[in-house]
Design a protein around this ligand. Structure first.
Ligand code: ADP
Length: 167
């Protein structure tokens, strides 16, 4: 029997508790769920690609069907290379919808055999976005509550590296 592979793609810069919630819920729906971490070499990320991939791996050790992989280039090509027929995205608010709708239809035009499914954010994380965490962390606010521990550790290390000697 063929394995049902799902892909949850994103920048995960940084991964948040909202992402982990989607990962654990989506992992129940597939034989294998690949968390695909976009590595866009043109943008300077908040957390390096390896920090994002490694912290996510540490967050999903209790979910044996989840695999975390970096990917570059067109998502549908990556999906095809992994024999994946289903993409997963999270929807927080109506403001997410317009963008997700366009990306979904563009992907479908290029790869009609690949479906996209949307999981509605859990209420407690529906306000949470990577951009919020980046902003709070850059302002030295208490970002730890928004991210899992392996991610908080890397954000803290990043802060130290950026401004040595500062409290
Ligand atoms: P992007 O690929 O747009 O950079 P992100 O890395 O920010 O995406 O997020 C990946 C996916 O997770 C997106 O579908 C996004 O809507 C979803 N997502 C982000 N934060 C949350 C959250 N708090 N709850 C549910 N889904 C979320």
């Amino acid at each position: 029997m063929h394995k049902r592979v799902g892909i949850y793609p994103g920048s995960f810069d940084p991964p948040t508790k909202g992402h982990i919630d989607i990962i654990s819920r989506a992992s129940d729906l597939f034989d294998e769920l690949i968390v695909a971490v976009g590595v866009n070499s043109e943008k300077v990320p908040f957390l390096s690609a390896s920090d994002r991939v490694e912290s996510l791996r540490e967050c999903v050790t209790h979910l044996p069907s989840v695999r975390v992989m970096p990917f570059d280039g067109l998502l549908i090509n990556f999906a095809r290379s992994q024999n994946c027929r289903c993409l997963v995205r999270g929807l927080r608010a109506i403001t997410d919808f317009d963008y997700e709708f366009r990306v979904c239809l563009a992907n479908r035009a290029m790869a009609p055999e690949i479906e996209t499914i949307f999981l509605i954010a859990s209420e407690e994380f529906s306000f949470l976005a990577s951009s919020v965490v980046r902003e709070v962390a850059n302002l030295r606010g208490p970002y730890e509550q928004f991210v899992p521990e392996p991610v908080a550790k890397r954000i803290a290390a990043r802060g130290n590296a950026k401004s040595p000697g500062m409290a």
